[in-house]
Design a protein around this ligand. Sequence first.
Ligand code: CDP
Length: 227
Amino acid sequence: MKVTVAIDGPAAAGKSTVAKKVAEIKGYTYIDTGAMYRAFTWYCLEKGVDCQNEEQCVALIPEVTIKLRPGGTVLCNDHDITREIREPRVSGNVSYIASYKDIRLFLVEQQRKMAGKHSVIMDGRDIGTYVLPDADVKIFQIASVETRAIRRYDENISKGIPCTLEEIEEDVRKRDYIDSHRDFAPLKAAPDSILLDTSFLNVDEVVAAVIEIIDRKIKEKEEKESA
Ligand code: CDP
């Protein structure tokens, strides 16, 4: 049975860490939609384009090809930018890029194609509300802003990306604000999503909770189909 799981939520809530592990355990394909917005942002910065200039950023669409490889490698026009897209300069600009409708339509089309083929777990901001409104399972993963900032700070430090906790907290707050206030497909919980507060849970506990939700939803779906 083909299964689609959507995990949405604010910045640095641990969605990708959890989605990757769940994908491994359940044999699903993991699709990191945030990496695609980050890759587009990286390309704008490489081209020296002002990320707050919508017209100039949108004009780059025809020259951008983004590929997500199994294992998490991210390619933009065949350059491996897996590491670069996590740098603060990209995080600090990505929410502007993600607010441009034409860029979203360009990337969402690819995300829907990827989801069409396999059982997938896809994480982002608008997966349950816009990209995959018919997803079998929708989870909205949250945590306090302080917890999220500490998690992202630890992650960056372990990857050798220099930053301070204050910078990270500011970035997380700023992205949450822009992501939830944009006009087109903003960050929002789908009405049929399950809220998962991970503030006081470790990664293994969140993974277990997500798997429990998936198994329950699939069972309900199977029962409905056979009734
Ligand atoms: O990992 P983190 O939560 O920091 O962010 P991400 O998932 O890598 O996403 C980076 C940025 O891309 C977000 O802050 C959003 O501006 C944008 N994004 C989006 O608008 N829609 C998505 N489906 C995924 C990401």
